[in-house]
Design a protein around this ligand. Structure first.
Ligand SMILES: *[C@@H]1O[C@H](CO)[C@@H](O)[C@H](O)[C@H]1NC(C)=O
Ligand SMILES: *[C@@H]1O[C@H](CO)[C@@H](O)[C@H](O)[C@H]1NC(C)=O
Length: 364
């Protein structure tokens, strides 16, 4: 009697272990793999393109995705390249206002929660990108050629000169919205609120509520793998080249240390915004699936390989912004099998806007 009970218990325990291992090693992984494969790829995205944050490289991803899936894109008026930034976004800023709601909006615009949410289809994913405020400022200041505009001597470190004579320039730069809390401004914070701690706090929580993903330029590959995962896209969808970057020669000057605090103090909103989303970013990274880091490595490798494959080597000046910006040029010797993807990766915003404008005009 007793012995048979022991056997029965043994059998039960053995059975329980068996079930446990089958579940752990076979069913659960199969289920998560299935869930990953069964996810529905996201087609409706508003990308709030902030200034000097790597956002042109992200826009290329959205344009490419739209083209390959035949999606509709909201277009700015011809020759303008933005939805009348710095005005707060309104539906009538959109060219050839489509009858059906567009899938994608990814050109420069200033965020307006009300008008943007009613303009896009319900359930649209809102995405934006941030960059550390200090390096973002350096980039914006030099990229827009503010030193020449402000009459800063070319031989000086423009940042040193700017901060040493700050009182003199203060008035001139009041309406240069990329130079003070530039990202917060793009995301809708009013300059009147730049010194208002409560308004800034409320602003940050509204960004947190409205945006499904906040990418960070410093962690570009990690951001894109997160986006790919969240949107159920492929790794190829998020391959990228670096668009619209500055010439190496314009990267030699930085904000001198002694002005760091002065800068941070004047840009509190951006500093708090960046700190907040850097924290939430790393919390999200921690909860990513197992092969997150191997996909990050793969994306890095593949994007690097595409740059080698697609680009004419060397640095090429963008003729429209001679001393500042670089331009990507397709390598004329690109392999036949890679040519299509390379052309798409290299195409700039102007090229894509023309492409989508032609399609919309044809369909009218
Ligand atoms: C957003 O758009 C609405 C509707 O046109 C407008 O009333 C509102 O002032 C705009 N918001 C901002 C912050 O400009
Ligand atoms: C972002 O946060 C991480 C983790 O807290 C920190 O190590 C890193 O320095 C921060 N990055 C930037 C660019 O501030």
């Amino acid at each position: 009697m007793r012995l048979s009970t022991i056997f029965r218990v043994k059998k039960l325990v053995f059975g329980a272990f068996l079930v446990f291992f089958v579940l752990k090693w076979a069913v659960v992984p199969l289920y998560s793999a299935m869930k990953r494969n069964m996810c529905q790829s996201v087609h409706n995205v508003l990308f709030l393109k902030t200034h000097k944050t790597g956002s042109s490289s992200v826009s290329n991803i959205f344009f490419r995705f739209s083209k390959s899936r035949g999606l509709t894109v909201a277009l700015p008026r011809k020759q303008i390249y933005s939805f009348y930034w710095p005005w707060s976004f309104q539906a009538n800023f959109v060219d050839n206002l489509p009858e059906e709601k567009p899938n994608i909006l990814c050109s420069h615009a200033r965020y307006n929660q009300t008008t943007m949410q009613s303009f896009m289809p319900p359930g649209t994913n809102f995405v934006t990108i941030l960059r550390h405020p200090l390096s973002r400022f350096e980039s914006a200041f030099l990229f827009e050629d503010f030193p020449a505009f402000l009459g800063i001597p070319a031989s000086a470190n423009p940042f040193q000169h700017f901060f040493e004579h700050f009182e003199k320039f203060k008035h001139d730069i009041n309406s240069m919205y990329t130079l003070r809390n530039g990202m917060s401004f793009d995301l809708g914070l009013e300059p009147d609120d730049f010194e208002d701690a409560t308004a800034i706090r409320n602003f940050i929580s509204s960004v947190e509520n409205d945006f499904h993903l906040v990418l960070l330029m410093e962690y570009f590959d990690e951001s894109l793998v997160m986006l790919k995962q969240h949107f159920c896209w492929t790794l190829e969808d998020v391959l990228y080249l670096k668009h619209n970057s500055r010439l190496r020669s314009s990267k030699k000057h930085h904000i001198p240390r002694q002005f760091g605090n002065k800068f941070l103090d004047r840009n509190k909103a951006d500093v708090l915004l960046y700190e907040h989303f850097n924290q939430t970013f790393w919390r999200k990274v921690k909860s990513q699936y197992d092969n997150f880091w191997s996909e990050v490595r793969l994306l890095k490798q593949k994007s690097h390989a595409m740059a080698k494959e697609c680009l004419l080597p060397g640095e090429h000046k963008d003729e429209r912004r001679k001393n500042i910006a670089t331009k990507l040029i397709l390598n004329p010797r690109v392999g036949h099998d890679m040519e299509h993807l390379c052309r798409e990766l290299v195409k700039d915003e102007g090229g894509y806007l023309t492409y989508f404008r032609d399609i919309q005009l044809r369909e009218r």
